[in-house]
Design a protein around this ligand. Structure first.
Ligand SMILES: Nc1ncnc2c1ncn2[C@@H]1O[C@H](COP(=O)(O)OP(=O)(O)OP(=O)(O)O)[C@@H](O)[C@H]1O
Length: 256
């Protein structure tokens, strides 16, 4: 379980996150929602050890901020929002970088590493691109390759900052299904999303951020009510239910 207590982050003397409290349980996909500037990326970076924090972050028995970089990389994978690959490497080699935290310096990759890489390539539907040069791929393809690298890291917590943005509809659904499959193996997935339709359908729980504070934490059905959507996002939405769950489509702006 991830247990976050009184987490605050100050950047350039500005308090961006204000005493956040929440948990993520094993097996859950938890969506992080909120308008631009709410603090989603800051929270994800803080959890992955990129910012100094106030408060406490515990991942099972570990105090996350005090783990070494190597230990952290074996426990937590972080997929950043910017997903352009800078190195002209083969796709399979980019994904294999996710295995480095599991090997001693100079140790050769094992059959288990190769299996994890292939699994990640398949899960993110990039196996057919495995021998291409990563920098020559489209933006959405590069995004899926970097997601595969994070999956190959095989950690109990996966933090993904807007992994569905820039993907075509089929790959957005594939991404959410993949995250759900990862969670159902008993792992934790924390995913930020701007697409409320995807969040309503694929997240077990959503946490809403507004101005660096939690404005809601619960099931999509409970959290995505008209009043809260109006308060947090300033939008109204159409709601429907089908056999697979909630369908939510933002339809207009609330006049403020
Ligand atoms: N290094 C920094 N120094 C000062 N303020 C920062 C810094 N990084 C981010 N902020 C501020 O923190 C707030 C939250 O930014 P953050 O990037 O976390 O928002 P977000 O919810 O991820 O937004 P978006 O949906 O646009 O990606 C913003 O007001 C931003 O200006």
């Amino acid at each position: 379980m991830l247990d976050v207590k009184n987490l605050s982050v100050v950047l350039s003397k500005r308090r961006v996150l204000h005493a956040l409290n929440f948990t993520i349980r094993n097996g859950e996909v938890v969506g992080l929602l909120g308008p631009n500037g709410a603090g989603k990326s800051t929270l994800m970076r803080a959890l992955s050890g990129q910012y100094p924090i106030e408060g406490a972050i515990k991942l099972d028995e570990h105090d996350l901020p005090s783990l070494s970089i190597a230990e952290r990389a074996r426990n937590l994978a972080y997929l950043p929002q910017t997903r352009i690959i800078g190195w002209p490497m083969r796709v399979r080699d980019v994904v294999a970088l996710g295995r480095l935290p599991w090997r001693a310096l100079g140790q050769r990759s094992s059959a288990a590493d190769a299996e994890a890489v292939q699994h990640a390539l398949d899960l993110m539907d990039v196996a057919h691109l495995a021998d291409r040069t990563a920098t020559e791929l489209s933006g959405g393809e590069q995004a899926r390759v970097l997601a595969a690298r994070a999956v190959a890291q095989d950690t109990r917590l996966l933090i993904a900052d807007e992994p569905a943005s820039g993907l075509d509809p089929a790959h957005q659904i594939m991404m959410m299904e993949a995250l759900r499959r990862i969670a159902r193996q008993g792992r934790m997935v924390f995913v930020s999303l701007h697409d409320l339709t995807l969040a309503a359908r694929w997240c077990d729980r959503v946490i809403m951020l507004k101005d660096g504070e939690i404005a809601g934490d619960g099931s999509p059905g409970l959290m995505m009510q008209p009043q809260r959507l109006a308060h947090v996002f300033g939008v109204r939405a159409h709601f429907a239910l089908d056999t697979e769950g909630l369908i939510l489509a933002p339809t207009g702006l609330i006049q403020r």
